[in-house]
Ligand binder design. Structure first.
Ligand code: SF4
Length: 493
C-alpha cells in the first residue's frame, strides 16, 4: 500500500483500513471476510461511551524527551488526558533513564474563539511553551473545536517554526473525525514522519526500532539474545533519537494497531525494512519474530540455537503453569491487535480461551503482507474463537457477554474494564504495561501474574455480592448482548 507523507493529514482508519467497531460471530468469519459489508455496523443504534483520538495522539507525543505539546482545544478536552509526570518518571526509571516531566500547555479555546477563530491564542500558546520549556520540538494537537472552526494549523505551525527555529509539528487528532480512537496514533506518527525523521546518513546494523508505549525494558534482554539493541520509540525517546530512526536495521512494534502505519512508511520512504511477523507475544510468535529480525541483522546462523535454548529455559516453569491453568477459562478484552497478542500467550499457558472482544477491528492493515495480519496469525495458534466480538467498550453489552460465558479470569487492556470484571466477581488482570508480556519471559510473567490474581477470587466474590448495576430490570433480563444491533445485517440474535 502506498502511503503519502507529503499530505497534510493521514486518512482516518474507517477510510484507510475500513475499520469497524461492531462485530459478533466467529473469529474465523471476520478474518476471512474481504470487506465488512456482509456484517458491518459502523453506526451503533445505541452507544454508551467512546474515547477520543486526541488521547491516543497524546500517548505518543506527551513523553518525547525535551519536547513540548500545545493542545489547541477547550479546557474540557485537555482534562480528557490522564497522562502525567508520575507516569513519565516511573517509566523512565524502569528504563534506567533520568526522570523527566510532561511539558504541556492548553490554548484554552473559548466560546468566542469558536466564532472568531483561535489562531491568535494558538500562537500565544506555542510561544508560551517555547519560553517556558525551551523545547527541542513542539507538537500542536488539534481538537474538535479547532477543527470545526477551521483554524489554520498548517500555516500557523509553519510560521511559528520559522520564527522559533525548532520543529513545530501539527497533529490532526480531532475527536469527531473518527470513531476509531487509534486514528490518533496515526495522526501523531504522520506529523513525526513528515517533520522530524531525516534520511539516514549512517546505518546501525545492530539497532532495531521498537514502537511501543511507556513500559519496562524487556526488549534489551530479548534482542540481546542475538547481540542486538532496541531503539524504543516514540515515548521516552528524545527528538534527536526520533529524527534518526531511519538508521535502524529494521522496525518492529508491540502491536499491529500501534505500529504498522509508521513501520510501513519507514520501509517505503526511509528504506528501513519492517519485521514481517506479528509482534513477539507468545512462544511461536516470538520464534517467528526473532527469525525475521535475524534476516535483517545477519544473525540467521545463531537464531535457531537461541530459540531452542530459550524454549529449554522456560520449559519447566511453563509446564507447572499449564498444570495450574488446566480447565480454567479466560476472556480477553483489549485493543484490536493487542488482544490477539494476549490470545497467543494464554494459549501457551494452557488456559481455555472462551471469548475475545477487541475495541475495534481494522479490516486491512497498512502493510497487507502475509504474516502481518495478527487476527489470522492468532487463529493459527489459538484455533477459531466462536465468541468473538468487536465492541468499543460499551459496558452494558460487556457485562452480558461475561455473564453468559462465566470466565474464571479476564485480561483487559484498559483500566475501567477491570472494575467491570470486579463487579461481576471475575478476577481481572490489567494489561496496562505491554512490554512486560513480550517474548518468552513475557509468557511466564503473564502466567505468574494470572496465577497470583486467581488466588484472590474470594475478594471478587465479595465485590460481586455488594454490587448493583444501574441497568433496568428489562435490560438485566434481556438475553442478547447485541440487542441494539439485532436488526443489523449479519448480527447474531
Ligand atoms: S477533541 Fe472532541 S472528542 Fe476529543 S475530547 Fe475534545 S471535544 Fe471530545
Amino acid at each position: 500500500m502506498s502511503l503519502d507523507i507529503s499530505q497534510t493529514e493521514v486518512a482516518i482508519r474507517e477510510n484507510r483500513l475500513k475499520s469497524i467497531i461492531y462485530y459478533n460471530g466467529a473469529a474465523s468469519q471476520l478474518s476471512k471476510a474481504p470487506t465488512a459489508d456482509a456484517f458491518s455496523c459502523k453506526e451503533r443504534s445505541y452507544s454508551q461511551c467512546s474515547d477520543c483520538a486526541q488521547m491516543c495522539a497524546s500517548t505518543i507525543t506527551f513523553f518525547v524527551r525535551g519536547a513540548a505539546v500545545v493542545v489547541h482545544s477547550p479546557m474540557g478536552c485537555f482534562s480528557n488526558t490522564p497522562l502525567n509526570d508520575t507516569q513519565f518518571a516511573n517509566s523512565s526509571i524502569e528504563r534506567k533513564q533520568a526522570p523527566d516531566k510532561v511539558h504541556v500547555i492548553c490554548s484554552n479555546i473559548s466560546e468566542k474563539d469558536t466564532v472568531y477563530g483561535g489562531v491568535k491564542k494558538l500562537k500565544e500558546a506555542i510561544k508560551e511553551a517555547y519560553n517556558r520549556f525551551n523545547p527541542t520540538a513542539i507538537f500542536v494537537q488539534s481538537s474538535c473545536a479547532a477543527g470545526v472552526v477551521g483554524d489554520d494549523l498548517e500555516g500557523t505551525t509553519s510560521e511559528m517554526q520559522e520564527e522559533l527555529q525548532v520543529p513545530v509539528i501539527p497533529v490532526y487528532c480531532e475527536g469527531f473525525k473518527s470513531k476509531i480512537w487509534s486514528s490518533g496514533f496515526d495522526a501523531a506518527y504522520h506529523g513525526i514522519l513528515k517533520k522530524l525523521v531525516k534520511p539516514a546518513e549512517t546505518k546501525q546494523k545492530d539497532l532495531v526500532n521498537i514502537f511501543n508505549f511507556l513500559g519496562s525494558d524487556t526488549f534489551t534482554p530479548l534482542l540481546g539474545l542475538l547481540g542486538l539493541r532496541p531503539n524504543y520509540l516514540v515515548p521516552l525517546a528524545d527528538v534527536d533519537t526520533i529524527s534518526r530512526m531511519s538508521e535502524a536495521a529494521c522496525s518492529g512494534h508491540i502491536c499491529e494497531t500501534l505500529g504498522t502505519y509508521v513501520t510501513e512508511v519507514l520501509e517505503e520512504k526511509f528504506d528501513v525494512p519492517k519485521i514481517k511477523a506479528p509482534a513477539p507475544f507468545g512462544i511461536s510468535w516470538t520464534d517467528n519474530w526473532l527469525r525475521e529480525v535475524a534476516t535483517y541483522t545477519d544473525k540467521t546462523d545463531i537464531v535457531e540455537d537461541v530459540i531452542a535454548s530459550e524454549h529449554a529455559r522456560i520449559h519447566d516453569e511453563l509446564e507447572e503453569l499449564r498444570a495450574y491453568f488446566k480447565g480454567k477459562k479466560v476472556y480477553i478484552f483489549a485493543g484490536d491487535s493487542y488482544a490477539h497478542n494476549v490470545g497467543c500467550i494464554v494459549k501457551d499457558l494452557g488456559l481455555e480461551l472462551v471469548g475475545m472482544t477487541t475495541l475495534h477491528h481494522d479490516m486491512h492493515n497498512d502493510a497487507c503482507d502475509v504474516g502481518k495480519d495478527s487476527l489470522a496469525e492468532m487463529i493459527k495458534v489459538t484455533g477459531d474463537i466462536d465468541n468473538f466480538s468487536v465492541c468499543n467498550k460499551q459496558p452494558y453489552q460487556v457485562i452480558k457477554l461475561l455473564q453468559k460465558l462465566q470466565p474464571d479470569v479476564m485480561i483487559v487492556r484498559h483500566m475501567n474494564m477491570t472494575i467491570l470484571g470486579g463487579k461481576l466477581g471475575i478476577p481481572s488482570l490489567l494489561e496496562g504495561e505491554t512490554n512486560v508480556s513480550a517474548g518468552y519471559e513475557g509468557v511466564l510473567t503473564t502466567g505468574r501474574r494470572l496465577k497470583s490474581l486467581m488466588q484472590t477470587k474470594g475478594v471478587f466474590n465479595t465485590l460481586k455480592e455488594y454490587n448493583e448495576f444501574p441497568y433496568s430490570k428489562w435490560w438485566q433480563e434481556e438475553e442478547n448482548p447485541f440487542y441494539f444491533e439485532q436488526d443489523r445485517k449479519g448480527a447474531k440474535s
